[in-house]
Design a protein around this ligand. Structure first.
Ligand code: STX
Length: 346
């Protein structure tokens, strides 16, 4: 599927620098930088949570014009401890830990302001980060909008999307006894936290397979294979389920209610019409609350960033923003004589 993107995205590149950020609570965050060291900074926020970054994620950005930062959020990808390890403690893995990690990474890399690019869970994290640290954000590019409201979680994990994929839904509920099926996120939580691999691995694989098989408009066996590898699937399912058990540690509707803090930041919202994972209702609600952000509904796409129409819209957004200068927001000393602002004179 990704080879089909060769005409849409930038060519593959390698990072020029990588590192591990020690963020506390025993966690180490793996990060990398590619593109132009003098370019406009952008941070890529991956999905899931628990999905990790992939080399092709660098390809949404012009490597001549962007300094491209990718990192794996707590517990996944190359970050440690990996959540597939039953000893990994998820208590220190919450949205607000990740928001703090992003800010620590920005400061450690000596970046004043960066573009924030995130899809799916990455869109929720981008909104949470930008609303907490608006001065650190130059532009926002979002796709497949997900804000973890109760009805969004219920749509995908408690039955809604099963109306479109009844065959795959049967496989998703198969590990859960009939009497527990009225609360599937909780039933999965019990299995994913069970120390016995004979319990948590099949649960992790079934959870991840449901997601992997429903993200694209047309089946993508390579995505399903990659996401159902036992360690990857266990970590992904454990982290996602942990976040969803807690509603992402958001007040219901918090991310959409909070757009007032970021309305002044240039932004693009890209949404696939046939997104079964995060259906367009949420992108629409965000668009209504934030009409200043450019809104792009892709008519022939589902959820994944690898959907050709979505990838093209994302690249168009980053290309357009590449020519915006990143204005330093460091406060300049102002002397009283220079100032014509009466508030500063008094
Ligand atoms: N989870 C949606 C999400 O963020 C509810 C997501 N789903 N799969 C992915 O992300 C990857 C393809 C990045 C693994």
């Amino acid at each position: 599927m990704i080879d089909r993107l060769d005409d849409i995205l930038y060519p593959p590149i390698e990072p020029y620098e990588t590192g591990e950020l020690i963020v506390g609570d025993g966690n180490r965050i793996h990060w990398e930088i590619s593109g132009n060291p003098e370019g406009k900074p952008v941070v890529f926020l991956h999905g899931g949570p628990g999905g990790g970054t992939s080399p092709w994620h660098r390809r949404f950005f012009d490597p001549e014009r962007y300094k491209i930062v990718l990192f794996d959020q707590r517990g996944c990808g190359k970050s440690t401890p990996h959540a597939s390890d039953p000893a990994a403690d998820l208590r220190f893995n919450t949205t607000w830990h990740l928001v703090a990690d992003i800010e620590l990474l920005r400061r450690n890399l000596g970046i004043t302001q960066w573009q924030v690019f995130g899809g799916s869970w990455g869109s929720a994290l981008a909104l949470a980060y930008a609303q907490t640290h608006p001065d650190a954000v130059s532009e926002i590019v979002l796709r497949g909008i997900f804000t973890l409201r109760r009805h969004e979680l219920e749509w995908f994990y408690e039955g809604g999307a099963g109306a479109v994929y009844p065959d795959l839904w049967e496989d998703f509920i198969a590990p859960i006894p009939v009497l527990e099926r009225s609360r599937l996120i909780e039933a999965y939580h019990r299995r994913l936290t069970d120390p016995d691999p004979a319990v948590h691995i099949p649960a992790g694989v079934a959870w991840s397979k449901w997601e992997a098989s429903t993200l694209t408009l047309l089946p993508d066996p390579s995505l399903v294979d990659q996401m159902t590898d036992a360690a990857q699937a266990t970590a992904f399912a454990r982290i996602e389920n942990h976040y969803f058990m807690h509603g992402g540690w958001f007040e219901e509707g918090q991310l959409i209610a909070g757009v007032g803090a970021i309305r002044h930041i240039p932004a693009v919202i890209v949404q696939g019409r046939f997104d079964m994972c995060t259906p367009p209702m949420t992108a629409w609600d965000l668009h209504r609350a934030w009409p200043e952000a450019e809104f792009v509904m892709v008519p022939d796409a589902a959820h994944a960033a690898s959907e050709p129409g979505i990838a093209a819209a994302l690249r168009a957004a980053t290309d357009r923003f590449a020519s915006r200068g990143s204005e330093p927001v460091v406060a300049q000393p102002v002397s009283v004589e220079d100032s014509h602002d009466p508030a500063l004179v008094e």
